[in-house]
Design a protein. Structure first.
Lengths: 229, 229
């Protein structure tokens, strides 16, 4: 399992997210596969230039090849449309909105460019999320329903309450017949949103009390990047 | 000036929004024109049925006629597409996304239906925002730039910092030539977002300290409704 997830995941509505006790080392997954970059959460960096990076040692050659093919001018960065094309050749088709959200969450900048290190982390996370989606889409319909979404999020380390779950399905689901169901692209957008907001909240709740305090400025700068571009 | 705005608007970055001192009576604008409905901010009501309402005494007959024309089955409610059509006949053309955000913020439910009282409040607010847009679009280009957006938001009672302003222009602006500019539909979406998020924050900062405390559940339920539907 990749990403910044709790192991084992807790399920406390009273607390609200993940495990009630902090992981022994929240960065333990970051050294190798499935690592999620954690740049300093400086709000001033929202429009800062992305720092050049290299692939971490041991990166899957498939990922390196995928990046290099997309980076046609060998600048060391790929942009949003290049990333959309690169991922689609690996059966990961996303709207530009989802690509923008991916880029924002893995670079923590609004530059809409991504370098090798962040791209590798993103690629591993997508692989893990694709796995979760396929595992919980038991009837292989290409859609998951509310209960399956709850279980999939839980397997990724995010415990959401029934009200939040209902809102997620409402926001990310399509109405098919009587009930709403979520397809793969929207599932990824949903995972990114829950993961991103939860991490932003945790920055304000370092002691895992379940309560976070924001100034108005912090609140606005936390929320606005998740809105439609 | 309509809506839940401070008078006179303050401009304190340190504090972050509106006037540094609470208005004597924050509900003073709600009795008559330009009033903004303030249903109880209960998170349980997100999916509750919308309560039937009637037009407040003294409502402009034009607004009543507009609503009744749209409410073809005389149910007392109009839905998202009916509202989109009704507003467009008054030169207020919006994407369905903006219509959904309008409906959410003026009903505080996700029912995507709106009744007479909420429709009247919404109509008055739009009139006021249209006025602000036209006042600040000095060259009548149909677009406003970052400085004009800052002044327009300020005239509506919302003081945003330079970093928040930059993010708003980035999110809601289109790139035209070298600089980003915001057209009317996106300006309304921007106003709704700033207004909605600011009001949500104020619910957590009733003493106007500039700091708000959220549980994880409250944080998620505050932010998610503003995401794309």
């Amino acid at each position: 399992m990749s990403g910044y997830s709790h192991s084992p995941p807790g399920y406390g509505y009273g607390y609200g997210y993940g495990s009630a006790s902090p992981p022994a080392n929240p960065h333990k997954n970051q050294a190798g596969r499935g690592g999620y970059p954690a740049p300093a959460p400086s709000y001033g960096s929202l429009f800062a230039a992305l720092v050049p990076s290299v692939f971490p040692p041991g990166t899957d050659p498939e990922i390196i090849a995928c990046f290099q093919l997309a980076d046609q001018d060998s600048s060391g960065f790929i942009d949003d449309k290049e990333m959309q094309r690169a991922l689609s050749s690996y059966n990961q088709r996303f709207s530009l909105r989802t690509v923008h959200l991916l880029m924002y969450l893995f670079t923590r900048t609004n530059t809409r460019k991504i370098g090798p290190k962040e791209f590798a982390a993103l690629f591993y996370s997508l692989k893990s999320w694709r796995g979760a989606f396929e595992r919980f889409d038991r009837d292989r319909s290409g859609f998951i329903d509310a209960n399956e979404l709850r279980d999939a999020l839980l397997s990724l380390g995010f415990a959401v309450s029934p009200v939040v779950l209902e809102l997620l399905v409402y926001k990310f689901g399509k109405t098919g017949g009587k009930k709403r169901a979520i397809e793969y692209d929207k599932f990824i957008e949903c995972c990114l949103t829950v993961k991103g907001l939860t991490e932003k909240f945790k920055e304000k709740d370092k002691a895992y009390t379940g309560v976070g305090t924001f100034t108005y400025e912090e609140f606005m700068l936390t929320v606005l990047p998740f809105l439609i571009a």
